[in-house]
Design a binder for this molecule. Structure first.
Ligand code: NDP
Length: 452
């Protein structure tokens, strides 16, 4: 009989925390899990899931416009924000219920409230203290808003889903995943949309050709790109929010979303009680077994500063539980070749290295790139194009990067992710017979070298 209340006490019931709790409980470990806000975490409540639902909603605008060339007469479409917002809320409530049932069925004890670490083996929640042999911090991240006059008028991704009214004029601040996705969503839903970003084009860190292409497509879809500038102030006025930019221009809008990154969610977590420190992004460092500098305290998911992606947190949770509780040979989390998608319009799907990264990593590379009008856009008159790109290590012929900007790029690149992960070669791609007629067949029929 353990001298503690639990073998494992998890703080934070997001993707990583819930997966770790359930999997450990499945191995006979006595587990408790603490959550004060979002059962299911950011992804389910204010992240990936509701964002994807809103992205679907926004895509309809293009579909209605495309329908005419295919012979359909569509009455002037009208968008009703409260319907989308409330249907989304109901769906998320349904998912919360599923999360709760999963936890209950796996005999994990749910504890509602904010957890504060008191010592290496104890956590306070409200007026109760729980003890555990091991603690797992899986509190994720929280939106960061830069400091400027009137910054309190900014919304973050925590509030954006539940706006009481649809903003007719919308501004997104930032140039990362969340910024381009929400710019596309509100633009698609009919708002006049501005994206304000300090760089020369969004999505720093992605392949340059992908950035350029996506930037042009997002702009062609109607998002007004305000680049090379920052917000210096926001003033609330009778008619809206006056946003003052560093280049001297002013924009008046109804809502501003700050999508300027996220920081570790460590406020009042009690890290100081055990001598744990975070870096300037609020992230905790851990070793290959997700252990912090305190031997009984572990951390995984977004708070550890790795790729902030739900499937990464899930995979980390599986490795964590396996290594601690299975008694089997320890495993290492593999962060190489993680496929990811950005749900801007058009979508971006990417796996492996960008061209610039590949040039640094390999002495010689080959690049195969094609940019075409997808068949669906012929009769519709839609002018959007699709970019597909393969990057090959010349010495081994291995495909080390694949990038797609176009419809359902994430769906497509998930499959290619398997090929890249498996180390398949360009010759393997070439030997694969295409599915005709699809856009995806381009990936196995690109024979002409673009550059090396
Ligand atoms: P990102 O880190 O992707 O982007 C932050 C953006 O804000 C960057 O463009 C950055 O500019 C800018 N920025 C940062 N600080 C400031 C500042 N002080 N002033 C002005 N601009 C600033 O963060 P997001 O918030 O978009 O997303 C957080 C994470 O969530 C992502 O990294 C991603 O891993 C995850 N996510 C994944 C999604 C998916 O898988 N589809 C969807 C949404 C989020 P600069 O580039 O110049 O540094």
């Amino acid at each position: 009989m353990t001298k503690y209340d639990f073998d494992l006490l998890v703080i934070g019931a997001g993707s990583g925390g819930v997966r770790a709790a359930r999997t450990a409980a499945g191995q006979g470990v006595k587990v408790g899990i603490i959550e004060d806000r979002y059962w299911g975490g950011t992804c389910v409540n204010v992240g990936c899931v509701p964002k994807k639902l809103y992205s679907y909603a926004a895509h309809f605008a293009e579909n209605f416009a495309d329908a005419a060339g295919y012979g359909w007469t569509v009455a002037k479409p009208a968008f009703h924000w409260p319907t989308l917002r409330d249907n989304r809320a109901a769906e998320i409530l349904r998912l919360n219920g599923i999360y709760n049932t999963l936890l209950e069925n796996s005999s994990v004890q749910r504890i509602d409230g904010r957890g504060k670490i008191l010592s290496e083996n104890s956590v306070q929640v409200g007026d109760k203290t729980y003890t555990a042999e091991r603690l797992l911090i899986a509190t994720g991240t929280w939106p960061f808003v830069p400091e400027f006059s009137g910054a309190e008028h900014c919304l973050t991704s925590n509030e954006i889903f539940d706006l009481p009214e649809f903003p007719k004029r919308f501004l997104v601040y930032g140039g990362g995943y969340i910024a381009v996705e929400f710019a596309s969503i509100f633009n698609g839903l009919g708002a006049e949309t501005h994206l304000v970003y300090r760089g020369d084009k969004p999505l720093r860190g992605f392949d340059e050709e992908v950035r350029e292409f996506a930037h042009n497509e997002i702009a062609a879809h109607g998002v007004q790109m305000q680049l090379g500038c920052e917000i210096i102030a926001i003033e609330k006025q009778a008619t809206g929010l006056l946003v003052k930019l560093s280049d001297g221009r002013h924009l008046e809008v109804d809502a501003v979303l700050s999508a300027t990154g996220r920081r570790g969610n460590v406020e009042n977590l009690g890290l100081e009680n055990v001598g744990l420190e975070v870096n300037k992004s609020g992230e905790l460092s851990v070793d290959g077994n997700f252990c912090t500098q305190v031997p009984s305290i572990y951390a995984l998911g977004d708070i550890t500063g790795g790729p902030q992606l739900t499937p990464v947190a899930l995979a980390e949770a599986m490795v964590f539980v396996h290594n601690l509780y299975s008694g089997k040979e320890p495993r290492k989390m593999d962060y190489k070749n993680i496929a990811t998608a950005v749900f801007c319009h058009p979508n971006i799907g990417t796996v492996g290295l960008g061209e610039e990264e590949a040039r640094k990593a390999y002495p010689a590379i080959r690049v195969y790139s094609t940019n075409f009008k997808p068949m669906r856009n012929t009769l519709s008159g839609n002018t959007s194009r699709t970019l597909m790109k393969l990057i090959v290590d010349d010495a081994t012929d291995k495909v080390v990067g694949c990038h797609v900007v176009g419809s359902d790029a994430g769906e497509l690149v998930q499959g290619i992710g398997i090929a890249v992960k498996a180390g398949l070669t360009k010759a393997d791609f070439d030997a694969t017979i295409g599915i005709h007629p699809t856009s995806a067949e381009e990936l196995v029929t690109m024979r002409t070298l673009t550059r090396n």
